[in-house]
Design a protein around this ligand. Structure first.
Ligand code: ADP
Ligand code: ADP
Ligand code: ADP
Ligand code: MG
Ligand code: MG
Lengths: 112, 292, 112, 112
């Protein structure tokens, strides 16, 4: 099994979620994060001084999927989340050794 | 006969819509909230509108669409319809059904490998269109039942359940009496003793053994479609599916006139229309129709 | 070392935390996330139209533990976090190659 | 490629971020988490009763870097985030099998 971790622009969440649910993905876990990279934040006025907002809001989507699904998922997310402008985000794939569905105790790919 | 076929298929949809309200509740919780749940009111864990159906009816309709468009048994067509259905963002998909459909999407295989975890009721709940389409030829029904089941569920208990449910629906349509239907359950219990239901435990989970015990207990201890379904859905657990399976057998057995009109009227109009249309067309394509 | 990542229902945090601290786990990192799966959110009225709340609040617990502790921890979390109702969550185990305690620079299992 | 996951005290974010950007790290993803460990929270008065605040705010920094950069990054973060007092945090290193830059579809170390 693999974890596909996607950092995307917040307004892309619905498009990405719809694209992956159509591929039979049973679920995902989402968190609000802030990204720092080449994309610059805007400047803000605070107590009379202008300063750079460095960390931009992003959405992090974690999906654990079976090995066979990884490539299709990575391609679908990249296609859906891409605007072509700096700051679109990243997709990282890493190995998951065990998975358990808490409700039933099932484990392995059947628990996904 | 056409009326009985409609009653079986409508029984499935009515049981699904009625039971969905009490799915995953315990009998005590149902009693506390509804005293006796006997109206189609939607709600439930899926927040349904009154008369809305779940995967039990939708997957059955998918099978019907594949068979009616091919006018013959078409397993790949059924798998394709399941895939279209999965992509349509249905209100719910069981995890075993989802895995099977996903496996078909990724590999094109029309049979999922054997799995201990496949003893759920997701294949048995789809038996109505299969029984209607193969009415008049039990051997053919058996072949179709196992092929469609193995798209998502590959386990001897699920297999046995599909065959028994299919036979009961067909024989009910062909005019079997209560004792003849009971005999079919005794065959099942002979092969798999754990399906024995004469000391009913009250478990109504999605484990196919619990599901059929619940269905058979209420089917044989009540005397009308309404009484049977009310008993089943107030047992909670996987109530939409126990309701759907009880509904298809009881519907076929008691006939259309015995299905409460208030339930039929509450059923989603489009679902009701498609169920009725499929029932008629599936029977007209069956071996029974060819002979009559 | 392994990372045991648990997605659980928020009201289960204390029970799970108590169960694992009783097993001698010295620390964990917790974040608020939102889950999407079979469990439905309630419907909400927004601008006159009813819509389904899709993403439900969950708690994500990350514990890095030694290889020997993994099975006991997975079983304890599953037992404690389980209510038997849809949406109870998942446990994912993945490999951690290095660990460092920032305060002391210690590394390896001793840093956990 | 490796993911270097750093749990640090919130006021250390700027120091750590500056130290790693000086090493040529192009980006990172940051989230607010809460930590539970040997560091005790303070007690708070709530409805007349004193209770222990167990979970303390921390910042989690995720950086995916090339294999060659890992040791230098780990050392820099540890040095910068360390105050010598309990609760300074942890650094965990794990393997990343694939990485994709969403904007361009580039993959591998070039996408970082
Ligand atoms: N090395 C990295 N590790 C972890 N997250 C990163 C890394 N580099 C970038 N990110 C995340 O990806 C987002 C986009 O990166 P950025 O450099 O702004 O644009 P782009 O990916 O289009 O070149 C950042 O805001 C951050 O959340
Ligand atoms: N494939 C997945 N990857 C990551 N997180 C998941 C995945 N599937 C489910 N989850 C998480 O687990 C939670 C529970 O999943 P759900 O499908 O609602 O119920 P259950 O696990 O009881 O079948 C979701 O809200 C989500 O946070
Ligand atoms: N085993 C662990 N797994 C994940 N995070 C941990 C673990 N142990 C500690 N942490 C994180 O590190 C932080 C500091 O740990 P703590 O035990 O308080 O201090 P120290 O690391 O200085 O001994 C915690 O608040 C928590 O966020
Ligand atoms: Mg259902
Ligand atoms: Mg059900």
């Amino acid at each position: 099994m693999k974890k596909v971790e996607c950092i995307i622009k917040p307004f892309k969440l619905d498009d990405v979620k719809n694209a992956i649910t159509e591929m039979g993905i049973s679920g995902m876990t989402v968190s609000e994060v802030r990204g720092f990279g080449r994309q610059k934040g805007h400047t803000e006025l605070y107590r009379g001084a202008e300063y750079q907002v460095d960390f931009l809001p992003k959405i992090k989507l974690d999906l654990v999927v079976t090995d066979e699904q990884v490539q299709a998922i990575v391609e679908a997310v990249q296609k859906e989340a891409c605007t072509g402008r700096i700051g679109d985000g990243k997709i990282f794939v890493s190995d998951v050794e065990q998975s358990v569905r808490i409700r039933t105790g099932e484990s392995g790919p059947d628990s996904l | 006969m056409l009326q009985r076929a409609k009653a079986a298929y409508l029984g499935l949809a009515v049981g699904d819509a009625l039971g969905a309200t009490t799915e995953f509740m315990t009998p005590n919780e149902i009693r506390a909230k509804y005293k006796i749940h006997r109206k189609i009111i939607g709600g439930g864990w899926l927040y349904l509108k009154p008369g809305q159906v779940t995967d039990d009816t939708q997957m059955s309709l998918a099978i019907g669409r594949a068979l009616l468009s091919a006018k013959r048994w078409d397993l790949a067509g059924i798998a394709d319809q399941f895939l279209v259905w999965m992509k349509s963002k249905p209100i719910d998909i069981g995890s075993t059904c989802r895995r099977g459909i996903r496996n078909y999407m990724l590999t094109g295989q029309l049979e999922t490998p054997y799995n201990d975890g496949d003893a759920g009721n997701g294949a048995a709940m789809r038996m109505a269109p299969v029984a209607l389409f193969s009415l008049g030829d039990e051997k053919v029904m058996e072949r179709y039942a196992l092929e469609q089941a193995h798209l998502t569920h590959n386990h001897p208990f699920s297999d046995a359940a599909c065959l028994t449910v299919g036979k009961m629906v067909q024989r009910a349509l062909l005019g079997a009496n209560r004792f003849e239907l009971h005999e079919l359950t005794r065959d099942l219990v002979d092969h798999h003793g754990n399906f024995r239901f004469n000391k009913y435990s009250g478990n109504a989970t999605a484990y196919v053994v619990d599901t059929l015990q619940t269905v058979f207990h209420y089917l044989f201890s009540t005397a009308s479609f309404e009484e049977c379904l009310i008993g089943v859905v107030n047992q909670g657990g996987d109530a939409d599916t126990t309701g759907a399976i009880a509904g298809m057998i009881a519907g076929g057995f008691y006939g259309l006139d015995d299905i409460p009109n208030r339930w039929l009227k509450k059923l989603n109009r489009e679902v009701r229309a498609e169920v009725e249309a499929q029932a008629l067309h599936l029977v007209r394509l069956s071996p029974w129709a060819a002979r009559n």
